[in-house]
Write a protein that binds this ligand. Structure first.
Ligand SMILES: [Zn+2]
Ligand SMILES: [Zn+2]
Ligand SMILES: [Zn+2]
Length: 144
């Protein structure tokens, strides 16, 4: 997702909430779009510090939650006790992750067969699935 698309989504979301797209929210959005990788709130805080963007931890946490609601970020639990975020990819759709329990390496798994498998399983239960989260845990080739 490019910055312009993300900003549009955020503005729409904030307007519905009766909130404004402040300079602070813009800075945060720019930093978030810049990453191109999975990040935790604390990692983002570090990145922002090194870019001399000054926001409080509480503000960043709130902003990240809003970005998830606005559809700009997706959130995943890698079993670290904190959330991980990444910019949502509308074209490629959902993907899963394989996480090394020892070194925390994260590999993405993208396969259209996953979506069709999940659709089939859900249809069997009378559900229509529109998104999924899949995290697999194990040990990478370096840590085996
Ligand atoms: Zn983590
Ligand atoms: Zn590993
Ligand atoms: Zn991912």
């Amino acid at each position: 997702m490019d910055y312009e698309t993300a900003e549009q989504k955020v503005k729409l979301f904030l307007a519905k909430e009766g909130k404004f797209f402040t300079r602070e929210r813009k800075k945060i959005l720019q930093e978030v779009i810049k990453t191109g990788d999975h990040f935790s709130a604390d990692e983002m805080l570090l990145q922002m510090k090194s870019d001399n963007v000054d926001v409080s931890r509480a503000t960043l946490y709130r902003a990240l939650a809003q970005l998830v609601q606005a559809g700009v970020l997706s959130e995943a639990d890698f079993g670290h006790g904190h959330a991980h975020y990444e910019v949502a990819d509308e074209e490629e759709g959902n993907h899963g992750h394989i996480i090394c329990k020892k070194c925390n390496k994260v590999v993405e798994i993208r396969d259209p067969e996953l979506a069709s498998l999940f659709s089939r399983l859900c249809a069997r239960e009378g559900f229509e699935v529109d998104s999924f989260q899949l995290q697999l845990f194990g040990h990478c080739s370096d840590c085996k």
